[in-house]
Design a protein around this ligand. Sequence first.
Ligand code: MGD
Ligand code: MGD
Ligand code: SF4
Ligand code: MO
Length: 729
Amino acid sequence: MTVRQTQTTCCYCGAGCQLLFTTDVEANKILDVHPVQGRTNDDKACLKGWFGWDFLNDPKILTKRLRAPMIRKGGKGSPLEVVGWKEAISFVADNLTKVKAKWGPDSIMGAASARGPGNEPNYLMQKFMRACVGTNNIDHCARICHAASVAGSRQTIGEGAMSLSIPEIEDAEVIFNIGYNAATSHPVVARRIVKAREKGAFIICADPRITETARISQLHLPLKGGTNLALTNGLANVIIQEGLEDKAFIRDHTKGYEAFRELVLGYPPERVGEITGLSPDDIRLAARRYAGSRRSVILWGMGVTQFSQGVEVVKSLCSLAMLTGNFGRPSTGTGPVRGQNNVQGTCDMGVLPDVFPGYQSVADPEARAKFAKAWGVKSLPTEPGLQLTRVPERVVHEKDPAKRIHAYYIFGEDPAQSDPDLAELRETLAAIDFVVVQDIFFNKTALFADAILPATSWGEHDGVYTSSDRGFQRIRKVVEPVGDIKDDWEIICLVSTAMGYPMGYGNTEEIWNEMLDLSPKFTGATYGKIERQGSVQWPCLDKGPADTGTMYLHKGGHFATPDGRGIFGTAHYHPPTEVENKDYPLTLCTVREVGHYSARTMTGNCRTLRNLEDEPGWVEMSPADCLSLNVSANDLVRVLSKRGAIIARCLPTERVRPGAVYMTYQWWIGACNELTISSLDPTSRTPEYKYCAAKVERIEDQDWAENEVRRIYTDIRSSMGIAREDARA
Ligand SMILES: Nc1nc2c(c(=O)[nH]1)N[C@H]1C(S)=C(S)[C@@H](COP(=O)(O)OP(=O)(O)OC[C@H]3O[C@@H](n4cnc5c(=O)[nH]c(N)nc54)[C@H](O)[C@@H]3O)O[C@H]1N2
Ligand SMILES: Nc1nc2c(c(=O)[nH]1)N[C@H]1C(S)=C(S)[C@@H](COP(=O)(O)OP(=O)(O)OC[C@H]3O[C@@H](n4cnc5c(=O)[nH]c(N)nc54)[C@H](O)[C@@H]3O)O[C@H]1N2
Ligand code: SF4
Ligand SMILES: [Mo]
């Protein structure tokens, strides 16, 4: 037996943990996995790092690996048939070419992937959409995640990423944690918060729920859901009223302070207390503690961004940090902790409708000329493209066929599970003339595909991921892929070449080098340097060994804005779009599950993780609400909103407020996105996943409900071609 050891980066969250795999080379089997020393993780991993690789064995628990290309030869409604690559590629290329010829390049939409593929295929995907198709209609899941952080931070401090690094968190003196549940979402980042607490940090946790961070905090602010902006304006109000602002920093490094000051003066703690349900004294205490330290850190997550006012809250958080001079030194600054393993990277690669790789604007003629020259095309599209959350608007709500999206190339996303208001999304996917799904698993979106292109997975290919804190790290092949499948970058090259724009590379490093030369922020981060250092944080401008990358941004108060000054910003608070009412008296908030990950194609196919939690998923409810609805732990209940109804299991918990129920979006049966609302932030177009009106109903006949759960599960699996006998609910 030949035993090989390979180090790689975890494929789940943006913490970027380093894992060491031991494999039996001849048997092509993983023998052992354990975490090893890395810049962000020390030598730790969470349960997904330890157990989240079993899907590589394709145990077909939830769904199955894609092993060969499939197309609907007979058009829509005909069955998916297994074909060879040659036929599949010409089918995809011909159909995309036809749509382009008939409706123009902007009738084609592309979605790329913050997950397994890594940076190189994402770079190629946006290059394909821009240079071959001729549109900026390219986006990815950052849209439904931290797009509000990118927009809000860029508008204030000029850079959309975390200003500090994960390891710096533990030396913060004050942590203001808002709308972020590290213990579930980034367990290895949560360790840094715990360490900070042990070292004496003061932790303020603004979350309607009693999360683990709330539990270890000295000050929990259990605000009413959807009231963040009132709170952040209130904090600024106290800081200014009590003279705690950093006057020199404001004078030397910022602009727009007067308008900001005037607006927040309308938010005295008493008024904010009424809106948020918090005590005015707690608001004062939070403001004093935050402003009272030179090492204050703000960490935020989806409880900030997934609201129709997400961008304004981000601007106001960046403004709080400027107001108190908390930028540009170690262990201070702003931390929008990016979710997916490579969502930072997918943004870095320009998989966004308005920027090329390295955040160079598509509206900038110089940038366009540079990319056009390098990519060998006469010109590149000038208008920013479509955000993926607006696809339904441009399909089912668009009367003029000439303005509709007619083809959708979905590479490594599962919108039929993860986008809001799934009934509308299904109607959209069904109405699009041609849908391509390029994935590793048969997911719910694949049910709508006209062509399925099967890719190698994390663990089966090489590349680079970017961790949440701007750290480029290598991923490496651990086992050989099985079946008639190809690397994502190779598939994109084949489609592009077949459409008349030849692309060819020998390996991922060649792609990476092309990208580096076009992206000044990243130019110094060669494979060699990443290899030597383990991790290179951008900006890294120079290829020489002296430039080792950048730990924290905005050194000396120099912001990444055109004139180097930060720009204050905030807005008036308004409530979420759909509030509780007579028919739907509860609020529904959707969050995460520690052992399962996003659309769950991967963790749902890992035996240990499946054994911890399985369908139909839970609805967290306060004991008071359980009592009034006469439901108890483990009962199957019906959860309804204006948009749909699903079955989930009741989980009574003191951690949630009466009147608010919480679900996770991982489940097929308890699919909370049947209920969520597609109301979007006007700037970032991020959906309001964290707030809509709902109700919960008791189901009298529990035996019927248990059978119903089994039936739905078997039906979904058999529609994916998975044998009945494998099905378990
Ligand atoms: N209700 C509700 N919904 C939410 C959220 C919420 O809080 N509430 N959160 C939102 C957020 S923050 C996010 S980021 C999204 C995530 O939503 P998605 O991006 O749709 O979810 P993932 O599970 O990450 O799915 C990615 C797809 O990529 C595939 N994949 C993985 N690796 C590879 C690879 O190497 N190559 C290819 N080709 N495919 C691969 C997987 O099989 C899967 O089908 O969900 C959003 N949806
Ligand atoms: N195990 C696991 N880990 C994951 C993922 C996963 O699916 N599973 N997904 C990854 C992804 S894609 C992402 S983006 C990250 C997300 O990680 P987080 O940002 O932690 O996401 P959530 O748990 O959705 O929401 C965070 C918190 O916001 C709170 N919240 C809700 N409404 C409000 C409000 O009005 N105000 C405030 N202040 N708080 C509110 C919720 O109670 C919740 O505790 O996690 C990543 N990590
Ligand atoms: S914390 Fe995130 S990166 Fe680390 S092992 Fe867990 S899922 Fe993987
Ligand atoms: Mo995310």
